[in-house]
Design a protein around this ligand. Structure first.
Ligand code: G3H
Length: 255
């Protein structure tokens, strides 16, 4: 807390809470666009926050990405985590393996001595394969546990950055451009008003499932993500945002 006062971040947190209409904002100093340790600090802040709010026998749904990986790397055991089930929010979406939700859920379980489930589905499945996979008992089980998640932790990406990173087709890139997509989360792409303009066909958490979650925690920073964070905070992530100073100031200057 003393460090935060030093950096004047407490006021910034309150300002961002009211700007984005969130229950709680936690800001770490710096800008993760500039240096990688800032992302690690967001990871540490999220891991600490989770440890504080986690209760025994809960399901925690986790998405993918490098920020979620930073969270996973900072996780530590606790008595509540021992009976926690970490569940990937989505199957493959075309990311490098260590950025997939599957890997991150398993790493969180390993670091905390908790449990995890896997969702073994390839990315970019055909309609037919998708329908078949949906009926698989092990997939159904995972989808059911996602609906029961008490806590959902997710990253937020820039729409174009994510589409390129996932090697999306030119048709998809064109669509995102046409629809002026700014942000991405859970494989959904949003425009600046927080409306869904495109969705990757992969199995996992539906936005409707979030209605049951007690705590939805977004972790995303870097001034370049300002528009994406603002778009997604209005609709998806109504609870908690863990971000950095760079993003926080950039969001406030969008107003
Ligand atoms: O869905 C959002 C992305 O996974 C965010 O990825 O944390 O690597 O920027 P990132």
């Amino acid at each position: 807390p003393m460090m935060k006062e030093l950096f004047g971040l407490n006021q910034l947190e309150r300002d961002l809470e009211s700007c984005l209409n969130l229950k709680k904002v936690i800001i770490v100093p710096g800008d993760s666009d500039q240096s990688d340790w800032v992302k690690k600090e967001m990871g540490r802040a999220c891991a600490r926050f989770l440890r504080k709010i986690a209760e025994p026998d809960q399901v925690i749904a986790v998405s993918g990405g490098s920020t979620m990986l930073a969270v996973a790397e900072m996780m530590m055991p606790s008595s509540a985590f021992k009976s926690t089930m970490f569940v990937p929010a989505r199957g493959g979406v075309g990311e490098a393996v260590e950025l997939e939700a599957n890997y991150i859920a398993s790493l969180m379980a390993k670091k905390t001595k908790g449990h995890y489930r896997m969702m073994h589905v390839p990315d970019q499945v055909s309609d037919q394969a998708y329908q078949t996979l949906l009926r698989e008992p092990h997939i159904q089980e995972v989808l059911e546990s996602l609906k029961r998640a008490h806590i959902v932790i997710h990253g937020i990406g820039n729409a174009m950055t994510m589409a390129v990173r996932r090697k999306s087709s030119q048709a998809v890139l064109d669509k995102l451009q046409r629809e002026q997509a700014v942000g991405e989360s859970f494989g959904y792409y949003f425009n600046r008003n927080g409306e869904i303009v495109y969705r990757v066909q992969s199995l996992g958490l539906k936005l409707d499932d979030l209605a049951n979650a007690k705590n939805i925690i977004a972790v995303a920073g870097g001034s370049s993500k300002a528009e994406a964070i603002r778009a997604i905070s209005t609709k998806v992530s109504r609870d908690i945002l863990i971000t950095d100073e760079g993003a926080a100031k950039a969001i406030l200057s969008l107003e």
